[in-house]
Write a protein that binds this ligand. Structure first.
Ligand code: ATR
Length: 279
């Protein structure tokens, strides 16, 4: 059997997903391919129509189509439905079912190096409240942590995340200035906005004067690998967690949805880093 996988998005010419999934196919001892289906806005319905007629096993969908794809699905996973976004589709028995692997992929990337970080006593600060923050917020809350506070530029957008809350985790919405003052309260700080991404590598979303050395500072931006925020945290002696690991683990979860195989991909974190550095 030859696995047929792919990615729809725009622009996706520089995507690392083909490299990641081709490695996964080899690791799993399977044969197959992972193709790019570049679809600008006008071409999206055609691309979808083409894929509906193909014997494709599954595909990823990325920006800007994570929301619109929902209209083309036969089924949707409960978490993806709540998040209102899908990035992974499996084709089974003639039907397309959509999932969201970003949030859980992020949590997997964190739990792999820090297995005890997310527990009932953990306090988390989330920076940002966009699409990426939604999935990450929900996945962290589902781990049953003590609190996940959200700091965002526009407070109403942060308020909208409260509907995703489950269990006993508490959440306070705050400005970046307030977050800076309370930084010492947190065990984990997760930066989910595009601030600091190439070419704006000198931008840093908050100042870290009150950061504790025991805190893990995580940035989902992976270009550059070490953002200004992460470098600052490192200089202050804190623990840092790079964004490219999320890329790998959300792919690991997608591959598991398509094939049922849970691959050990920890060794690929460094390989992916080298690839991103262009080495
Ligand atoms: P994504 O899906 O990648 O998360 P998004 O949904 O557009 O992208 O969300 C972008 C997030 O980055 C938001 O939290 C946004 O803040 P606002 O809700 O106030 O717009 C945040 N963001 C983007 N640029 C920012 C900047 N220059 N300063 C602060 N926050 C920024």
């Amino acid at each position: 059997m030859s696995l047929k996988l792919g990615l729809i998005g725009h622009p996706i010419g520089h995507s690392l997903s083909p490299w990641i999934h081709t490695n996964f196919i080899d690791l799993a001892g399977l044969n197959g391919e992972y193709k790019l289906y570049e679809g600008d806005h006008t071409k999206l319905p055609e691309v979808i129509q083409h894929l509906k007629q193909m014997p494709i096993d599954g595909f990823n969908i990325t920006v800007p189509y994570k929301q619109v794809i929902v209209d083309y699905l036969d089924e949707i996973d409960k978490d993806a439905e709540i998040l209102g976004a899908v990035n992974t589709i499996v084709h089974q028995n003639g039907k397309w079912k959509g999932y969201s692997t970003d949030g859980e992929g992020y949590v997997r990337s964190l739990v792999e190096p820090y297995p005890n970080l997310l527990n009932k006593d953990t306090s988390v600060l989330l920076l940002g409240a966009g699409g990426a923050a939604r999935g990450i917020y929900r996945a962290i809350v589902q781990k049953g942590v003590k609190k996940v506070d959200i700091a965002n530029r526009s407070l109403d957008k942060a308020e909208a995340l409260l509907s995703l809350k489950t269990g006993t985790t508490t959440t306070r919405i705050m400005s970046f200035q307030e977050a800076e003052q309370h930084l010492g309260e947190y065990d984990l700080i997760v930066q989910t906005t595009s601030v600091g991404m190439k070419p704006n590598v000198e931008d840093q979303i908050i100042q870290l004067h009150h950061l504790r050395k025991e805190t893990v500072v995580s940035d989902i931006v992976y270009q550059p690998i070490t953002t200004k925020l992460l470098q600052d945290a490192k200089n202050r002696g804190a623990i840092i967690h790079h964004g490219h690991a999320m890329l790998l683990y959300q792919a690991q979860l997608a591959f598991e949805i398509w094939t049922g195989k849970n691959l050990d991909v920890a060794h690929m974190v460094n390989e992916l880093e080298q690839k991103l550095r262009g080495e």
